[in-house]
Ligand binder design. Structure first.
Ligand code: DCP
Ligand code: MG
Length: 442
């Protein structure tokens, strides 16, 4: 089966102790030096360098650190306006409590749990501290969320005097000691499998997936392990009789693409452990946006709408060009008296589609179209990430899938014949006061 478990007997030369970092020369179950059972062994241990690190029960871990009375108790962080669980510690998880669960359900499952209100500022601060420690290992750190990041540790052996596998274990120890929370680490040759590995032995986990075993390991995993295969898409695959990654491995690329479009190509590649995405250090840009100042102030929704559409398309085009996506849509308005209003909405997944940016922006704009005369309108996205996880095909929402496909077709035509070749209903000939897309300010 799996790396850490599968390889030990065969690879006495490729193991070390996660507690004292001593290389192991025998096949003993416990460390030759300190007696710890936390031994990692793997044939490719010293040649892999792509890592994924994710903090364990992050918000709850920070709360336990700051209040030792909580340490051995089931702790749930959450509540507030949405009334859902942000996260639960591993003790509460034994009772079935999960992130995103309504709080009343969580308390039904675990009535003795202690509920703590989230303190976002604190978590952001701790997340930054963890990140700073990562950056001391390599500049190639790509944060994915507040508590996780990819690290490419290639070429750092000289600097650290240790191979990446040991650097990673030492890092986990240092976070425990210096920050007071625990992390799980995954080591592999690609992002897809490094992330899976970090999740495999949580909490305080360390797992390795090598090239040798990637295909056989994946064959035994459910399709939901593939990025972009959420509940809805998994149901579609299940309807076609596909539940395990091993089934995808037996299918032709053309067949998968014929059935599932672009997603089919992803299924083909990832099911075979093919993933050549590199680790991109934190993007300098924190957001991508476009805005325009009107010649004369506008109050009417009918007049604001085509401008919003054109701006959304511009933002989308930039995201697509850069291969990135944003999870938070930000609407910006400046009123006649120069008062600035910004409104945000977080989406379930990052997007790069003009249509999603537009429709979210429109929702936000409707609330602000209260007769105020505006001199500036802007739309953008923040919370940027790689576009790999963007706009997962939600086949339940057929309408949005159709829109996404239509948008793909429009992009292709525009690539071929230029931007003006295709105008959408919203921008075409509308908006007496709006600039055409080419003349939008940045
Ligand atoms: N989070 C949230 N709502 C969710 C999921 C997560 O508010 N639906 C927050 C709380 C988590 C943090 O983000 O602590 C990190 O998310 P993870 O998915 O990494 O979850 P945890 O770190 O809590 O647990 P794990 O040990 O599974 O990584
Ligand atoms: Mg986490």
């Amino acid at each position: 089966m799996f790396a850490v478990m599968a390889a030990p007997v065969n690879d006495p030369e490729h193991g070390f102790c996660r507690d004292c970092l001593t290389p192991q020369r025998s096949r003993a179950m416990r460390c030759e030096r300190c007696g710890s059972p936390r031994i990692v062994r793997h044939a490719e241990l010293y040649s892999l360098h792509l890592a994924h690190i994710d903090c364990d029960a992050f918000y709850a871990a920070v709360e336990k650190r700051d209040n030792p009375a909580l340490r051995d108790k089931p702790v749930i962080v959450g509540g507030g306006k949405r009334g859902v669980v942000s996260t639960a510690c591993y003790i509460a998880r034994i009772h079935g409590v999960r992130s995103a669960m309504p709080m009343f359900k969580a308390l039904e499952a675990c009535p003795e749990a202690i509920v703590v209100k989230p303190d976002m500022e604190k978590y952001v601060r701790v997340g930054r501290e963890v990140r700073a420690m990562m950056l001391a290992l390599t500049p190639l750190v790509e944060p994915i969320s507040i508590d996780e990041a990819f690290l490419d540790l290639a070429g750092t052996e000289k600097l650290h005097g240790l191979p990446p596998a040991l650097v990673l274990a030492r890092f986990a120890q240092a976070v425990e000691k210096e920050i007071g929370i625990t992390v799980s680490a995954g080591l592999s040759y690609c992002k897809f499998l490094a992330k899976i590995a970090s999740d495999f032995r949580k909490p305080r986990g360390y797992a390795v997936i090598g090239e040798e075993e990637a295909v056989s390991f994946l064959a035994e995993q459910p399709v939901t392990m593939i990025w972009g295969v959420g509940k809805a898409f998994a149901e579609v695959l299940a309807r076609d009789g596909i539940r395990m990654i091993g089934q995808l491995q037996k299918m032709e690329r053309s067949d998968l693409m014929g059935r599932y479009g672009v997603m089919g190509d992803r299924l083909y590649r990832l099911s075979r452990g093919e993933d050549d995405r590199r680790v991109h250090p934190d993007h300098d840009a924190k957001s991508v946006s476009a805005e325009t100042t009107f010649d004369t102030d506008i109050a009417k929704m009918d007049d604001l709408l085509p401008v919003l559409r054109a701006l959304s398309e511009k933002v989308s085009a930039r995201l697509k060009k850069a291969g990135i996506a944003g999870r938070t849509v930000v609407l910006k308005l400046k009123s006649q008296d120069f008062k600035l209003r910004t409104r945000n909405r977080q989406l379930a997944d990052p997007t790069r589609l003009a249509d999603r940016i537009f429709s979210t922006g429109l929702d936000l704009l409707r609330r602000e179209a209260d007769g105020t005369r505006y001199r500036l309108l802007g739309i953008g996205v923040s919370d940027l990430s790689d576009d790999e996880k963007a706009d997962p095909p939600d086949l339940v929402d057929l309408q949005s899938r159709k829109r996404a496909l239509a948008e793909g077709a429009i992009d292709t035509l525009r690539d071929k014949f230029g931007r003006k070749a295709v105008e959408t209903g919203y921008t075409f000939g509308k908006g007496r006061n709006a600039h055409p897309p080419e003349h939008l300010d940045d």
